[in-house]
Structure formats: structure tokens, C-alpha cells
Design a protein around this ligand. Structure first.
Ligand code: C5P
Length: 235
């Protein structure tokens, strides 16, 4: 049975600077969202892609996706929410019941290689309830006591060898993820990634190798890097 993919794409992308919602900014002349949906549609494991659009931009996203061929995959667009977590919850509601594997992939990660998508879907199919692609950290990380301004006192330095930077698509057993999102809504729990909800409620999450090209486009420099990666692929 094929997996469904949910793509939260409703963020403003303020850290990228002024302009259109982040998912609609262009990379190589094509919106980030279209790159991300194509990256998922390219996987033979994926049968349906649900896009969570900015609530006031549903029609625009529908026509955008229509104008770019998407390998004949089933693509649906739903309005997203005020937070990434809410967008994902709304997207999950549009996934047909009976689907077993669901992938959640940020529109802001346009260049994820298909091998990562396949590996995450395969790990869920093989029985893992929650799977996260991740890479080791290049930088040493310090935990600080955040200050509004001025120097921040360091609390400690976690062992870098045991840290991973997590990416998407994250893969889940659908009923487990739907239940976690429902419980988070009821209990007012907010986290920054979907696997974080599974962890919070005592579930087991495993990490598989991610890829350096699955980085998230957040700041202007990330777009410069993404353009360079795309140019190298096209060369
Ligand atoms: O802001 P950040 O880069 O963490 O966003 C990650 C992903 O979540 C992006 O693809 C963004 O469009 C999406 N998002 C969303 N709804 C929101 C906020 C973010 O779908 N309200």
C-alpha cells in the first residue's frame, strides 16, 4: 500500500525576509513548494500528497501545482493553520482512512533526495512507528540561559557525538500520529516537529540517515546554497 505525504506550506517565512509566503518563493524559477512536492512525488512509495497552503492562498497554490506537471500523482490542497503543528493536523484530516504510512515533509526542504523519502517510508513499512531522518552536527552546541540582549550564560555543552539535526520527511504509522496530534490539541502541547509529539507521549522514535541536501531553507543564505545545489544537479 502506498504512503500519503502531508506538506505543511502555510508559513510566512519571516526569517527569509519580506516577500511572498516562504513556500511560494522561487528556487531556480520554481516555487519551493513545487520542488518539495516533486521530491515526494518522485518516490514510488508515495501515492498521495496533501499540501497545507496558507489559509488565504489555497486557490493560488492549486493553480500553481496545476501548472507544474507532478508525475500524475494525486495532489490535494487544504488550508493550513496558524502554527506548523496545526497545519499538519489539518493536513492529516485529509488523508484517507485506512492509509497506513504517512510522511510529513516541510515545503521548506525543497531538495530532499528521493533516497531519503524512500528510506523513511521503508522503515515505517518495516514496523517502526515513527522515523526521523537526521545528520550529525558540524558545530559544537551549547545550552544557554536565553537573554533578551547582551551575553548569555552557558549552562552546559551536550556531547556532540550523541546529537543529530533532524530533517523531514518524518514517517509515521498514520493512526499513531493522528492520535498524538489530537492529544496535543486537547492538552495544549506545542512542539517543533511531529516526532516530538510521539516522544512527548511516550512513543518510540528512531533515526535513519538524512542527507545534507535536505536542509531547510530558513534564512537568505540558505537560498543561495539551494540555488548552488540545484545548479550542480542540472550541470
Ligand atoms: O518556520 P519553519 O521553517 O520552521 O516552517 C517549517 C514548515 O512549516 C514550512 O514548510 C512552513 O511553511 C510550515 N508552516 C506551516 N504553517 C505554519 C507555519 C509553518 O505549514 N503556520
Amino acid at each position: 500500500q502506498l504512503a500519503a505525504a502531508v506538506v505543511p506550506a502555510a508559513g510566512r517565512g519571516e526569517r527569509l525576509g519580506p516577500g511572498a509566503p516562504k513556500a511560494l518563493r522561487e528556487l531556480g524559477g520554481v516555487p519551493l513548494l513545487v520542488h518539495a512536492v516533486r521530491a515526494l512525488a518522485r518516490s514510488r512509495a508515495v501515492g498521495l500528497v496533501v499540501v497545507c497552503a496558507p489559509p488565504d492562498g489555497v486557490a493560488e497554490v492549486v493553480s500553481l501545482l496545476d501548472s507544474h506537471g507532478l508525475d500524475g500523482k494525486d495532489v490535494r490542497v487544504v488550508p493550513g493553520g496558524a502554527s506548523r503543528q496545526e497545519s499538519v493536523r489539518l493536513g492529516l484530516a485529509a488523508v484517507p482512512e485506512g492509509t497506513r504510512v504517512v510522511l510529513v515533509h516541510d515545503a521548506a526542504r525543497p531538495l530532499v533526495p528521493v533516497e531519503v523519502v524512500d528510506a523513511v517510508a521503508a522503515a515505517v513499512r518495516a514496523g517502526a512507528g515513527a522515523v526521523v531522518p537526521a545528520v550529525p552536527l558540524a558545530d559544537t552546541v551549547k545550552r544557554v540561559e536565553p537573554q533578551p540582549s547582551g551575553p548569555e550564560p552557558v549552562l552546559d555543552t551536550p556531547d556532540r557525538a550523541a546529537l543529530r539535526a533532524v530533517q523531514t520527511p518524518q514517517g509515521f504509522d498514520l493512526p499513531g500520529l493522528v492520535e498524538a496530534h489530537g492529544r496535543a490539541l486537547a492538552e495544549g502541547v506545542e512542539v517543533t516537529d511531529d516526532a516530538g509529539l510521539i516522544e512527548r507521549f511516550g512513543g518510540r522514535v528512531v533515526v535513519v540517515p538524512g542527507h545534507e541536501e535536505a536542509f531547510k531553507v530558513t534564512r537568505p543564505l540558505d537560498l543561495v546554497l539551494a540555488e548552488a545545489v540545484l545548479a550542480r544537479r542540472r550541470a
